[in-house]
Design a protein around this ligand. Structure first.
Ligand code: F6R
Length: 360
C-alpha cells in the first residue's frame, strides 16, 4: 500500500509530480494555451473573493491571494473558518466565496459555507473528497483530483489545491482581460513542465532534507520566514514541522521580524528562510542579515542562481514567478518529514490529530 515507501507521507510527497499532471487533466484547451474550467463557466467573475479554510488549506488560500490580485485583479481576503463563522462578516453583491477543504468535512469550514449561503452568496467549493459535505453543498465544486490522502499531515492535497487555484486565477484574469494571452500560455507552459522537473528534483531534495534534519533536529524551536507568496509557505513549513516532529515552530512574515520575534534569535534558535529569486530577494536578504548579526543559524531555501553566504543554503529549481511554490513546498514537507523520522516520531499518525476535523 505504501508502494515501497516507509510512510504514506513520503509516498504522498513523491506523488506530487503525478498530482500536478492529474490536476491539469481535462483543464487545458487542445493546444494547451488556455484554461478550461467548466465549473466556473456558469458563474460571473467575483468582484471580491473571500477564501475560507483551515490549516494547510488555509495556507493554500493565502498563497492564492497573491495571484488572484496580481493576475486576475480580484480583491481577495483569506479567512480562518473558525474565526469567520462567528464574525459579523460583510459580503457585497458581486462577492463570491471560495471554501477550500481536502476532506470536504471540516466542521468550521462547512459552517461558514452554510452561513454565507444563507446570506445569498455564491459558493465555490475546492475539495478532494468526491461527494463530501462541502462538495455537495457548494453551488459549484471543483475537485482537486489528488487521490486519497492517507497521512494525517496534508502534503499532496495542498499541491493539488495550488494547481487548481493557479488555473482559477488564470481563468478569471483572462476573462477580465487583465491578463494577456501570452501570459496565460507562458504560465501554463511553466505549469506543464513542473511534473518532469519535480520528478527529477525530488530524490536530491530528499537527500538534502535528510542531511539538514541530522544537523538541526536537536533544536527546540524554529522560526520560518518568508515574504510575498513565500509568507504562506513559511506558515505551512512551520505547521508541518510542529505537527509531525512536535518541535515548536513559528511562521512569520520576514518583514515583521523586527517587530518582536528578533528578540528570540540566538545560536540555538534556527531560522528556516524562504528566499526566492524574485523582487523581494533583497528585502529578505536584509532580514536575514539581521538574524545573522545576532548569531542565529539560517537554513535558506533558494534557487540555483542565488548567491548567499549563510549556514545552510538549499537550492531548488526555478519556475515562473509564484509557481516556484511547486518546488519550495515539497522541500518544506521533506524537511519536516526527515526531522520527524530522524526523531522516531509516528509520522503518519501524529498524536492528538485526526485527518478530518468534523467537530468544532
Ligand atoms: C495539516 C492538516 C490540517 C488540515 C485542516 C483542514 O497537515 O492536515 O491542518 O489542512 O484540518 O482540513 P481540510 O482541508 O480537510 O478542510
Amino acid at each position: 500500500q505504501k508502494g515501497g515507501y516507509k510512510h504514506f507521507m513520503l509516498k504522498e510527497i513523491f506523488e506530487q509530480p503525478l498530482v500536478v499532471t492529474n490536476c491539469l487533466t481535462g483543464r487545458l484547451s487542445a493546444n494547451h494555451a488556455r484554461v478550461t474550467l467548466p465549473e466556473l463557466e456558469e458563474l460571473s467573475t467575483p468582484e471580491r473573493l473571500h477564501i475560507i479554510a483551515c490549516g494547510t488549506s488555509f495556507h493554500a488560500g493565502l498563497w492564492a491571494m497573491y495571484i488572484m490580485e496580481s493576475w486576475a485583479k480580484i480583491p481577495t481576503s483569506v479567512e480562518i473558518a473558525s474565526e469567520y463563522r462567528y464574525r459579523d462578516t460583510i459580503l457585497g453583491k458581486g462577492d463570491q466565496v471560495l471554501v477550500i477543504s481536502q476532506s470536504g468535512e471540516t466542521a468550521d469550514t462547512l459552517a461558514c459555507l452554510r452561513k454565507v449561503k444563507q446570506q445569498g452568496a455564491k459558493v465555490i467549493g475546492l475539495c478532494n473528497v468526491v461527494g463530501s459535505s462541502i462538495a455537495r453543498e457548494s453551488d459549484t465544486v471543483i475537485y482537486t483530483q489528488a487521490g486519497p490522502e492517507i497521512s494525517v499531515a496534508s502534503t499532496k492535497a495542498m499541491c493539488s489545491q495550488l494547481v487548481v487555484l493557479t488555473l482559477m486565477a488564470l481563468f478569471w484574469g483572462r476573462r477580465k482581460h487583465v491578463l494577456t494571452e501570452a501570459e496565460e500560455t507562458e504560465t501554463l507552459d511553466a505549469l506543464r513542465r513542473i511534473p518532469e522537473q519535480l520528478e527529477a528534483a525530488l530524490p536530491a531534495m530528499r537527500e538534502q532534507a535528510n542531511a539538514l534534519a541530522r544537523q538541526y533536529s536537536g533544536a527546540r524551536s524554529f522560526l520560518y520566514l518568508g515574504r510575498g507568496p513565500c509568507y504562506p509557505l513559511a506558515l505551512e513549513g512551520a505547521l508541518k514541522l510542529k505537527e509531525i516532529s512536535y518541535i515548536h515552530a513559528e511562521g512569520y512574515a520576514a518583514g515583521e521580524m523586527k517587530h518582536g520575534p528578533i528578540a528570540l534569535i540566538d545560536p540555538d534558535f534556527p531560522t528556516f528562510a524562504l528566499i526566492m529569486c524574485d523582487d523581494l530577494f533583497p528585502k529578505v536578504q536584509s532580514n536575514l542579515q539581521e538574524v545573522q548579526a545576532r548569531n542565529g543559524k539560517i537554513i535558506a531555501l533558494t534557487q540555483d542562481d542565488a548567491v548567499l553566504t549563510l549556514d545552510s543554503v538549499w537550492k531548488i529549481p526555478r519556475s515562473r514567478g509564484p509557481l516556484d511554490v511547486f518546488f519550495a513546498l515539497p522541500a518544506l514537507q521533506l524537511f519536516a518529514y526527515e526531522v520527524a523520522d530522524y526523531l522516531g516520531k509516528d509520522v503518519d499518525q501524529p498524536r492528538n490529530l485526526a485527518k478530518s476535523v468534523t467537530v468544532e
